[in-house]
Design a protein around this ligand. Structure first.
Ligand code: WT7
Length: 669
């Protein structure tokens, strides 16, 4: 498929260009159309976004399409607003609007359970009724406009339905990924202080069932100790083999979903909300401190997620879309719950893992539902690649049309395998760069318009104006490498951090006033293509999920034998990055200690944060390389973790240079 042209990739290989297919009915067909639309989106944003926003239902129209491109926190607080004065509702736009337009019998969700043979279908009308019932129940439990609701559920249709139910009544959902520990869950509940928590008895991911209700119970003990009480826990019965009697229940607080929700009316009035009212909070890791509650509002988020979904996946009503992300992450918010439903898309929801019961499961699902648009992460691609092409080739995959990638830079080897083996060389790959904070795709190809180069996220989406800064904050021109920043507001961006606008400005705007700081490094080539290089802060990207080094260090030091810990990223063949932890034990310990201690430390991290933060390597460190002022020199630790100790660089500022030899002697011990 490569048209043979060469392109200078940073990897030093030449992979060629992949020209966009000629699709006359593509929403954006050809580079000229992209160029024209992109140009207009920057030159006349009011007109551009106003025209797109007209397609949605607004109870009340906006007075102005947006306010403030001011990203200079020195001049005035950063206060971005879109569709000012407008009123709308996301659930109405996702459901009622589509049903009224004759899409009621269209499938919204094909649900595929963890085990083979478990499946169900939900149409748009059914989903609307289901959402209304949950919404009515929430109201009966005292939830109203602006109230927080925490959702801790697996990938069953009731999860996006619960999110939409909150949206319908103006409540603010906070979905916590059901792989996080009781401790992480309690921290998020204590931050947003909901009166109601929605959960599920158990989930099966792969072979083993996990009791989610048990984790919620543990979390709520910590929440009570932290000074907050949750009044109601609504529990969806999904135990399969087990009976309800096996699930611990607190009378007066816990309620079975199937009993309480099914008796509610199937219609529920819409709560019309301001375009800048909060829609949800989603917690994500930063370089320091506890996870940040990223807050998104209604209007701009609706327009941004729907528009990117339409153009980036070139969505047509004949498509079947499958995004493998969980609703516990931003990808599941923007590209399972909202973007697709706003476009009346038919999608697959999958509860399990793509390697259960065997490595052909993903392709079996593609064939079973005739999936045409597949959106997944490089870590999943690499993992499936490691089982060999036979598993893919057993299935037809003839329905596939477009393949998407998200979460981390995709290495060209994985890109080519995805393109050549999975897509049979027929399907363009959209490598979408964005963040929890940006709400929607920012730098991405458009399948019918953009020439692809493996490993590059290519060009900015409409309305997105990126720039590359040097360390000193100068804007670099042409071909360059530096920090990726964004120069002006776009509709779907976060508006603040939950309860902490000062931290919002400090994290994203104060370092380089006038710009939104992404935390990513990037290179721009001579064609203006962007190549994401990875985080420039202390955030590790494990399987496309952000883990703060400080969080893992904090978890390790909760073990009573750990005195200090320093965590750095390491290269990992499947996960992209892994977690490498240097651990100093309490005074008087002999190194290396008995091997069981490593297991205990790993178990502590899994308990405090969750399995996604499991350290890959624990390296004993009787001393850590520190400067005279006591700052840990992570640069040196990164070199040791990647076995590049021959190029440690300048070590003259170390307080005690001998720690290096001691560290090297303990490698693998
Ligand atoms: C960070 C955001 C966006 C949804 C999933 C992750 C990295 C994300 C790409 C990509 C290179 C990527 C960045 C970004 N990232 N997509 N296509 N190419 N890097 O959301 O947890 O907020 O993480 O993921 O480092 O800053 P998130």
């Amino acid at each position: 498929m490569s048209n043979g042209a060469v392109h200078p990739e940073p990897h030093g290989h030449v992979y060629g260009h992949y020209a966009a297919p000629k699709w006359p009915d593509a929403h954006c067909s050809g580079k000229e159309q992209y160029d024209a639309m992109y140009k207009e989106s920057l030159a006349a944003p009011e007109k551009f976004w106003g025209r797109i926003a007209e397609k949605f239902y607004w109870k009340k129209k906006w007075e102005a399409p947006f306010h403030s491109y001011n990203f200079d926190s020195r001049k005035a607080p950063v206060n971005v607003q879109w569709f000012i004065g407008a009123e709308t509702n996301l659930a109405y736009n996702c459901l009622d609007r589509n049903v009224e337009a004759g899409q009621g019998d269209r499938v919204a969700f094909y649900w595929e359970g963890n085990d083979l043979g478990e499946d169900s279908t939900t149409t748009y009308s059914q989903l609307l009724a289901q959402v209304c019932q949950i919404a009515n129940y929430l109201k009966s439990a005292g939830v109203g406009r602006g109230d927080d609701v925490t959702i801790y559920m697996p990938m069953i249709p009731e999860l996006p339905a619960a999110m939409l139910a909150c949206a319908r009544i103006g409540a603010v959902h906070s979905v916590v990924f059901a792989g996080f520990s009781a401790e992480s869950l309690s921290g998020r509940i204590l931050d947003s202080k909901p009166r109601v928590v929605l959960t599920c008895s158990a989930v099966k991911r792969g072979a083993k069932p996990i009791s989610l209700k048990g984790i919620v119970d543990d979390a709520l003990v910590k929440v009570t100790a932290g000074g907050h009480e949750v009044d109601t826990v609504l529990v969806y019965d999904h135990t399969r083999a087990a009976t309800r009697a096996d699930v611990a229940f607190t009378p007066g607080r816990d309620v079975w979903w199937q009993d309480a929700v099914s008796e509610q009316p199937t219609t529920c009035e819409v709560e019309w909300m301001g375009a800048e009212d909060p829609l949800f909070k989603l917690y994500t890791s930063g370089s320091t401190g506890k996870p940040k509650g990223v807050e998104h509002t209604l209007g701009g988020y609706m327009v941004g997620t729907a528009t990117t979904f339409k153009y980036v996946f070139d969505h047509h009503l004949s498509d079947v879309y499958w995004c493998t992300a969980d609703c516990g992450w931003i990808t599941g918010h923007s590209y399972v719950a909202y973007g697709p439903l706003l476009n009346a898309a038919t999608q697959v929801l999958f509860e399990g893992v793509p390697t259960h019961p065997d490595a052909g499961r993903a392709w079996d699902i593609v064939d079973k539902y005739k999936v045409s648009l597949l959106y997944t992460a490089p870590t999943a691609i690499r993992s499936l690649q490691s089982f060999g092409p036979e598993w893919v080739k057993k299935y037809s995959r003839a329905s596939l049309r477009i393949l998407g990638s998200v979460g981390e830079p995709i290495n060209p080897e994985a890109w080519l395998w995805y393109h050549d083996v999975v897509g049979g060389g027929r399907c363009p790959i959209v490598d979408t760069w964005w963040q929890t904070e940006t709400g929607a795709h920012m730098i991405t190809p458009l399948p019918g318009a953009t020439t692809l180069v493996p490993g590059s996220a290519t060009l900015p989406f409409f309305g997105v104006e990126p720039a590359v800064l040097s360390e000193k904050g100068e804007e670099l021109q042409g071909e360059c490498e530096g920090y990726l920043v964004i120069k002006r507001a776009w509709p779907s961006g976060m508006r603040t951090l939950s309860g902490d606008h000062a931290r919002f400005e400090a994290t994203y705007f104060n370092l380089y006033p006038g710009y939104y700081f992404t935390g990513d490094g990037c290179r721009r080539d001579k064609d203006g293509y962007y190549w994401l290089i990875g985080r420039v802060d202390d955030v590790i990207n494990v399987s496309g999920h952000r883990i703060g080094t400080a969080e893992v260090e904090g978890a390790l030091t909760q073990h009573d034998r750990c005195a200090e810990a320093a965590v750095v990223p390491m290269e990992h063949p499947i996960k992209g990055q892994g977690i490498y932890a240097f651990v100093t034990l309490m005074q008087g310990t002999e190194y290396p200690p008995p091997p069981a201690l490593k297991k205990e430390l790993v178990a502590t991290v899994r308990e405090v944060i969750g399995p996604i933060a499991t350290p890959d390597v624990i390296h004993w460190a009787p001393g850590l390389p520190k400067t005279r002022s006591g700052k840990i020199m992570r640069r040196i630790l990164r070199k040791i973790a990647s076995k590049e100790e021959d190029s440690l660089g300048d070590t003259s500022t170390l307080a005690d240079p001998s720690v290096i030899q001691t560290l090297l002697a303990l490698r693998g011990k």
